[in-house]
Design a binder for this molecule. Sequence first.
Ligand code: PLP
Length: 429
Amino acid sequence: MKEIVPPPPPLVRNHQQAIQALFQQSVVPSYARFEIAFSHGAGSYLYDVNGTRYLDFGGGIAVCCLGHANPDITDALAKQSQKLVHVSNLYYHEPQGRLAAQLVSQVAPGKVFFCNSGAEANEGLFKLARMSGHDEGRFEILTTTNSFHGRTLAAIAATGQEKVKKGFEPMVTGFRHVAYNQLQAIREAISPATIAILIEGSQGEGGVTPATPEYLLGLRHLCDEKRLLLMIDGVQCGHFRTGCFQSYQRILEGAPDAQSFIPDAIAMAKSLGGGFPIGAFWVREKYADLLGPGAHGTTFGGTPLGCAVALRILEVIRHENLADNARRLGAWLGSQLHRLATTYPQIVNSARGLGLMLGLELAEKEDLPAFAASDKASSIQFANRLHQAGLLAIPAGPQVIRLLPPLNLTPTQAEEGIGKIERVVKSLA
Ligand code: PLP
């Protein structure tokens, strides 16, 4: 009898070279991957196929907010998958309604749209902004240089980094970039066609740079004055990573006008699902019904399974006071990174960030003799050395190493991580 479905490829039994060969043969080579293949994880640790243990300060790029193989996530996945995984957005179900209500309660009156990724959440914001300005002929969205908003065609047009656009021209029109944290520059960039401003609360891929309180408050006033939507990309810096649900809430703590600061829309993804893919955007009450039936959609947005996981993660974050943990351990880690910058100024330029979103800026490559011979960026070479020391961290641009550990990191693990980073810095000194 003719075989219709070919047999699956043979098992490679977690053999690293064989796994890499499968990728080389059959996976589109659009990522520059490190030479590590993982087999499993537990809490803040990951294990590669050769049995080496790594302390994970990368968190799958700010995704694994409860670490790996978290029993609450496993339980939520198992229980919900026994009831209902997917029904489409043609129907109602309780988990999506409850998750939307919970996200609204974290921000301000408004509504939530569910999708599957950060880029898709930002796409939703672009469409929201365009819909809001449509009848007046306003469509332009101002974003910032060094920003990152995802890899769809519109998201690369929105991203303020040339490297993501290369080869994909012509760009989707209607985006312009202005320097980050510079209010006057953005004021001067507003044109009669401008409808919105989109910023990251703390730039992630661009090198870990939080917005200043003055910038945020100034942007709110500017947007009110010019009738623009103020939209925040909280995909990486959101979900309690900085110690508050959204980074702007943390940045504005104690600022005299903090209560009056409400954005018009916020993009979310990454830690929202702790590794299960789910994205969302929140939109302020005033604009909440702009996208009416038929205006926007996605098959998988807000599945019962994704929403049940996201609800459980929020419950764990609340019960285990993980926002406080992010704040406390973030402050300690930050102080240690500053110490490294002071102790080894020839290796480390500076440390910055908020909560558990931290960056260590290395010295210029020509000042790091150990890195000079390779054509790889210093951040990548530094990450490789961290890997050898048993720590995962993520390059952000050529000179910055990002730390995005889980929100339930322990003080002992924080010390372990700093010990490994210091060892690598010392080896370069
Ligand atoms: N926005 C920001 C700030 C991000 O950091 C990222 C991803 O790193 C995205 C959007 C895109 O998210 P995704 O990769 O889930 O599409």
